[in-house]
Write a protein that binds this ligand. Sequence first.
Ligand code: C5P
Length: 224
Amino acid sequence: MHKINIAIDGPAGSGKSTVAKETAAHLSYLYIDTGAMYRSLTFRALQANISEQDEDSLLRLLTDMDITLKHGEKEAQVQVFVNGQLLGEEIRSQAVTGKVSEVSAHGKIREEMVARQQKIAEQKGVVLDGRDIGTFVLPGAELKIYLYASVDERTKRRHLENIANGRPSDILATREELQRRDHLDRERSIAPLKQAKDAVPIDTTDLTSEEVVARICRIAREKE
Ligand code: C5P
């Protein structure tokens, strides 16, 4: 048995982070939430008053940021440390969510983030979730999964998640924001969200996260 790398991509609300985290726990793999990396850069840019359009300043900011991801058993979401300081819920705020797709569309930003993600994956036994993992970050990943679900279901999940985490949430605004972000992520010129040719597509609309995890783990075990 040898450890493999698992790439999980899909649009917002398709279930990626829950499924990736639980899959990693089942297999005793490391889970890397790449969206949290782009979110922490966006959060820091907002704090520093750097425009989401200012690629060079964003890159300078990122170069000075050591981003470490940790996940305790109890936390639903990954903990992000930037230069040793814990960033909390603020990386999931509306302000960050509203700008993150613009920040992550820049080529120099993606280049740096992808290099960091590839470095982490060198050790193998890593589950990465994002938008470009199977297509750009780990094109050679042994297992690629593409999760998707209906817009209604994805909106419902995001809305309930917001409420559970004490974030203000309006269902119509949540739906619009999700579709806006999907559009930007799919249409950007560099590494757009796309199903890799060799990815296993899973429609999660009517599945529980446990069912999706069980399916991914079954395939992973065959490849280990
Ligand atoms: O996964 P999450 O919703 O936290 O990702 C936030 C945003 O970060 C995405 O909408 C996308 O714009 C960007 N992202 C990306 N590439 C990744 C992961 C996230 O462009 N690998």
